[in-house]
Design a protein around this ligand. Structure first.
Ligand code: F3S
Length: 641
């Protein structure tokens, strides 16, 4: 049997371990992507005392915290520009665009490994990179050490046949995968697309599909590198980066799936999960208050040209607003020069800068109870900035049709399909990407007053006696643990301040209780910590004294973030024990050190209700040691003493 593409790239980068699914391996990392929510990650890098990272390319993007309603975000950007210059990273300036779209355009290359501090890093899989989103500390450690530790993934082969039908977009392909696999169907897996249908998709369409692999919980997603890839790279003036890459003809996969692109129709994800997918025609006619086009999922040249073609010569419905966030400066400039931007402005679109914008609640929060249809990738409750907004996710074409009619509309109602071909030549100008300093010693790090030191955990004690601070259900997102929104995101560099918002949308009394009870345990259900990779959903509990999470299962990135910060993510050996615990229960764990080191389960006494239950853990010996050391930073610096 031949090899699939994922295993080929991993084999070429393997530096530790065996390629057995589920076993820990380390792979060499070629490229690093960080962004402006990673001030604390950069502080962690500085704490390691290294002059530069070990990856061949490190780009820091400025794309999330763009609103400047006070000094905080601007201070963060100034700090990031100075540390990037000092420590050898390129700095993608304010206005240059969203990290994943810029990286796809200017840096991603077939066969490279990329680690990024953002769950949608896998967008670069559209280029044939093995791109993995991780937490900030994981990325910093991988950059400092040049290797990333992951569980060897299973590989799901998705064979695409046929070609997309009229008004069916790349977004509909990934929504179909989400409909079939659900939001936890990709955990521990790389989703590898292949087959004749894959060859029919452009690189940016592939990027859309790989981007939302994050919503499956997948480790990554990837397409082959072929003639479409070559054409894209040549149009970006990067033909030298191209090389052909594909699975062997007789490649084996751990799981398989087949999708006939020609049989798909426009799909939409209903509130409040990207996995809640139905056909657009099932919800057609629902009145809509807001439409937002953009985000790292659907903000490419082709996406915006399609929207412009739909809107040209028309006016959006009077009962809704339409916002537009082009993905990059390149796209923005091209649509400005060819007149498409003017068509959208004339139709009533409200223009935002090339950034994440409304996707992470940076402005454009919908009205109370409003229905918002977005070309984005997430519709978790509250992420838009309005707790009771009803957010739907759909293709740019469905968004444009909806903007015209004021209600969810199947784009097929628009008549003859529009066909937008990728350009032969993109407008290449990297003038907003700053190189590192030639003389790093001359760079002064500029640190604003909102930037506070990163909390570091104490080594885990052998015995713990604490209370259950909160009990939550299944699929709790990192947005629920630590909400986004302008006033909260600007506190990302200040863990004491941002911790005041932990679980505020779920239980406003949580923080008071955590302080009064001097920390404790969190009880969660299935897929705890899904969604955004934000480290702060682990840093805030660390700051508030949370010692362990007791859950039925975890999302990959949040699990690793907890481990790296020295908080134990433990699982119920018998999921029915979840039922028997209540908020306020006092629990006692003993013999923690031996259990972690010997890979044995932990016995826990419920001192409030009586009885004993068992918690399992899947820590590798390396993870057990770093938890016992009080987190990855202590572990690395301790080893270097
Ligand atoms: Fe930004 Fe939203 Fe993507 S926050 S990185 S556009 S998921």
């Amino acid at each position: 049997m031949g090899q699939n593409l994922t295993r080929k790239i991993i084999a070429a980068h393997l530096v530790e371990g065996e390629m057995t699914p589920g076993r820990e391996i380390a792979i060499a990392v070629d490229q690093t992507l960080t962004h402006d929510l990673q001030v604390l990650g950069w502080q962690q890098f500085e704490a390691l005392g290294l002059p530069r990272g070990r990856t061949e390319l490190w780009v820091n993007y400025t794309d999330h915290n763009m609103l400047q309603t006070d000094f905080r975000n601007a201070d963060d950007h100034r700090y990031l520009q100075s540390v990037a210059a000092k420590h050898g990273a390129l700095f993608s300036r304010q206005g240059n665009g969203i990290c994943h779209q810029v990286h796809l355009e200017r840096f991603a290359a077939p066969g490279k490994t990329l680690v990024g501090t953002d769950s949608h890093t896998a967008t670069a899989g559209g280029m044939g990179s093995l791109a993995i989103g991780v937490g900030g500390l994981d990325a910093i450690a991988a950059t400092a050490g040049g290797r990333l530790y992951i569980a060897m993934p299973k590989v799901v082969g998705v064979r695409l046949t046929g070609t997309l039908g009229p008004w069916v977009a790349a977004k509909d392909v990934i929504l179909e995968v989400l409909r079939r696999l659900t939001v936890k169907g990709g955990v521990g897996k790389v989703i590898e697309y292949h087959g004749p249908g894959a060859a029919s998709l452009s690189v940016t369409q592939r990027g859309t599909i790989c981007n939302m692999g994050a919503e499956l919980g997948a480790t990554s997603s990837i397409f082959p590198s072929d003639e479409r890839t070559r054409a894209f790279l040549e149009a970006q003036d990067r033909g030298r980066d191209w090389k052909p890459l594909a699975a062997d003809r007789d490649a084996a996969y751990d799981e398989t799936m087949e999708i006939d692109l020609g049989a798909l129709e426009p799909l939409i994800a209903k509130p409040h999960s990207p996995g809640n997918v139905v056909k657009v025609k099932e919800v057609e006619g629902l009145a809509v208050d807001q439409v937002c086009v953009g985000s790292c999922t659907n903000s490419s040249y082709e996406d915006l040209m399609a929207v412009a073609a739909v809107l040209k010569g028309k006016t959006i419905h009077p009962h809704l607003t339409l916002t537009l966030t082009p993905g990059t400066k390149q796209v923005y400039t091209m649509i400005a020069r060819n007149g498409a931007l003017a068509d959208m402005i004339a139709a009533g679109a409200r223009l935002l800068e090339a950034s994440c914008g409304p996707c992470c609640g940076q402005g454009q929060a919908p009205a109370t109870g409003a229905v918002s249809v977005r070309s984005f990738n997430r519709n978790f409750p509250g992420r838009s900035g309005t707790p009771d907004a009803q957010v739907y996710l759909a293709s740019p074409e469905t968004c444009a049709a909806t903007a015209l009619y004021g209600a969810i509309t199947n784009p097929r109602a628009l008549g003859d399909p529009i066909v937008i071909a990728p350009p032969d030549r993109y407008l290449v100008d990297d003038n907003l990407i700053l190189p590192p300093a030639r003389d790093p010693g001359s760079v002064e790090i500029v640190c604003g007053p909102n930037i506070k030191p990163v909390p570091v955990a104490e080594p885990v004690p052998d015995e713990l006696r604490r209370r259950v601070l909160i009990k939550v259900g299944d699929h709790v997102t990192t947005d629920a643990i630590l909400p986004s929104g302008t006033h909260i995101l600007s506190l990302r560099s200040n863990v004491p301040a941002i911790s005041e918002y932990m679980f505020t949308a779920v239980d406003p009394d949580f923080v008071r209780r955590a302080k009064e009870w001097k920390g404790g345990f969190i009880v969660g259900g299935v897929n705890y910590g899904q969604g955004s990779s934000r480290d702060h959903a682990a840093m805030a509990p660390l700051y508030l004294g949370v010692k362990a999470i007791l859950a039925i299962s975890y999302a990959r990135i949040h699990y690793t973030n907890l481990v790296n910060l020295g908080i134990m993510p433990l699982t119920f050996a018998d999921p029915e024990d979840w039922e028997k615990l209540e908020q306020g229960d006092e629990l006692e764990m003993t013999g923690i050190h031996a259990a972690l080191r010997e890979g044995k389960p932990l016995k826990v006494k419920n001192l409030t209700r009586g009885g004993v239950f068992t918690l399992a853990h899947g820590f590798t010996p390396r993870q057990a040691e770093l938890i016992l050391a009080g987190g990855l930073l202590n572990y690395i610096t301790g080893k270097r003493k």
